[in-house]
Design a protein around this ligand. Structure first.
Ligand code: SF4
Length: 525
């Protein structure tokens, strides 16, 4: 008999951006569309599987509501995406499901790929799908013998069995487009945007570079496979028909080549706004010009370090000169730059971290995030930290790239934490930066402006600098207020905060409580 399948994005993802970027978790209520699960849904649907899809996070369900909906679906198999950062809550949810019904629970994504055995131990999960999930999930739903299915680790009579890896799909064009028609799509919120609703597109999978800390090598085999421009353009047409107006290209890296220029040119017709992430050494003027003309407004760049030795250690294969050149080209083409840096690299001392901070200030991106270097299991960096006894935490359930989990030969974990705080403070408390943000409020779209201001406030408060930032915050809010709607009054701060959170949950992402002479107002965009 054919299996009935529930594809579930658990409620736990409500406040989390993704496995990798959880910088703003539980602060700005970002909600990432579950594209990974939507790919599986589309593939199973195309192959005739009896399937239902539930995005409990997208529907803003809580634990009990999520549990009820799972029970109502009464599926034989549940395919879900568990996460390092939310695993403890997910474990409780699936344990409760198991108490109520007999069902096989299958986890897909980074979590089961990097640590399948740990995930299955003392856990309600039955099968960990490693790497690319679509073909493997179809084999499971068809009821093939588990021992015959490549790409899984599973419980086998009290033991844990690991089957060989599955070959990656060579021609990604064979996959149907993610089943976005099943999404509560108006509810998704990404970190910055110009238009709503927005969605995420992958033009390929994996990356051909070999940075030793990068989980993509474990997940996607350390090589790059791309979809044809024609195939991506067809998906763009579909998402326009579904009502989306903004796209975030979230490949591990997006090439700035002929294929991507062709895709960008096709985007023009639909007047999308869009953003993408790439490597500094892939950037070129010709492509950026075409991207800008077709609605691109922001680029994500991983700078990582201001110390050439650290970049070498990471195996980045590029130096600071190339990074500076890329920044110049992005500025020339009037693209916002969202840059990431890492602190806690091996061999780092105060001097090398200061080089990173100085480089961040010199490059002056529109947003900067300073991550605590986190070696992921399965990577070369992890083995290095482990064998040199530089790992101080291995509780993967709380991985968030903000908590320090390592030390270096020269810096304790406490010192790394202190230097991250210093980096945030030195980067954001600069007149040059503050003026840039304020100017943007007047000269750019209000959404971008307030997004920038809000993110600045979050960065400062998150790093424990809220008292010192009062002046900054006041100035930004004064400017933002000019563009905001005054929505309603609240009698005190507590009520204002509660109401602002309620608004944000309803999708008013930029609801902010502001003190006025006659009480508290909740401003909403
Ligand atoms: S370039 Fe980026 S995606 Fe590619 S290996 Fe390096 S860190 Fe990973």
């Amino acid at each position: 008999m054919e299996n009935k399948v529930l594809i579930l994005n658990p409620y736990t993802c409500r406040d989390y951006y993704s496995d990798i970027t959880v910088q703003w978790k539980k602060r700005t209520s970002l909600l990432h569309p579950p594209i990974f699960l939507a790919y599986i849904s589309a593939y199973l649907r195309e192959n005739g599987t009896d399937m239902v899809f539930l995005d409990a996070a997208g529907e803003n369900l809580d634990f009990n509501q999520n549990l009820k909906r799972i029970t109502e679906a009464n599926a034989d198999l549940i395919i879900t995406k568990t996460h390092f950062s939310t695993w403890e809550e997910e474990k409780k949810l699936f344990a409760s499901v198991k108490e109520r019904q007999k069902t096989t629970i299958i986890s897909v994504g980074i979590h089961p790929t990097l640590t399948p055995e740990e995930l299955l131990k003392n856990s309600p999960i039955d099968i960990a799908v490693r790497n690319e999930p679509e073909l493997t999930c179809l084999d499971i739903t068809k009821g093939l013998e588990l021992k015959e299915i490549n790409g899984i680790t599973y419980k086998d009579n009290g033991a844990i069995a690991r089957n060989p890896d599955r070959e990656l799909i060579e021609n990604l064009d064979i996959l149907p487009f993610p089943a976005r028609d099943l999404f509560p799509h108006k509810n998704y919120r990404l970190s910055s945007y110009k238009k709503k609703p927005m969605t995420v597109v992958f033009t390929g999978r994996g990356c051909r570079f070999n940075c030793i800390h990068c989980g993509q090598q474990v997940i996607w085999g350390g090589r790059r496979r791309v979809r044809s421009a024609k195939n991506v353009i067809k998906e763009i047409e579909e998402i326009y028909r579904l009502g989306y107006r903004e796209v975030s290209f979230e490949d591990q890296i997006v090439e700035c080549d002929e294929r991507m220029v062709e895709i960008a040119n096709a985007l023009k017709k639909y007047n999308f706004s869009w953003k993408f992430g790439t490597r500094a050494d892939l950037i070129n003027d010709k492509a950026l010009k075409a991207f800008k003309e077709s609605g691109c407004y922001e680029v994500f760049l991983g700078v990582e370090s201001g110390d050439e030795q650290c970049l070498d250690w990471l195996g980045k294969g590029m130096g600071i000169k190339q990074i500076e050149e890329a920044f110049k080209l992005c500025r020339k083409n009037k693209l916002f730059i969202n840059a990431t840096f890492m602190i806690g690299l091996p061999g780092e001392n105060r001097e090398s971290v200061r080089k990173t901070i100085e480089l961040a200030k010199k490059l002056n991106p529109d947003y900067a995030t300073f991550y605590a270097f986190t070696p992921l299991p399965g990577t070369e960096a992890f083995n290095f930290y482990k064998s040199n006894k530089l790992l101080i935490r291995e509780d993967w359930a709380s991985i968030d790239f903000q908590q320090v989990r390592v030390r270096t030969e020269y810096l304790s974990s406490g010192e790394i934490e202190e230097l991250i705080n210093e980096a945030y403070k030195k980067f954001y408390f600069r007149i040059r930066y503050i003026i840039k943000m304020l100017m943007r409020i007047n000269s750019f779209s209000i959404i971008q402006a307030v997004s920038s201001a809000w993110r600045l406030i979050i960065s400062l408060s998150k790093r424990g600098e809220i008292d010192k930032s009062q002046e900054t915050k006041k100035k930004i809010l004064e400017e933002a207020k000019k563009e905001y709607k005054y929505f309603e009054m609240a009698k005190d701060k507590k009520t204002a905060l509660r109401k602002a959170i309620e608004y944000r949950k309803k999708g008013y992402y930029f609801a902010i409580p502001v003190k006025e002479s006659d009480g508290w107002r909740i401003l909403i965009e």
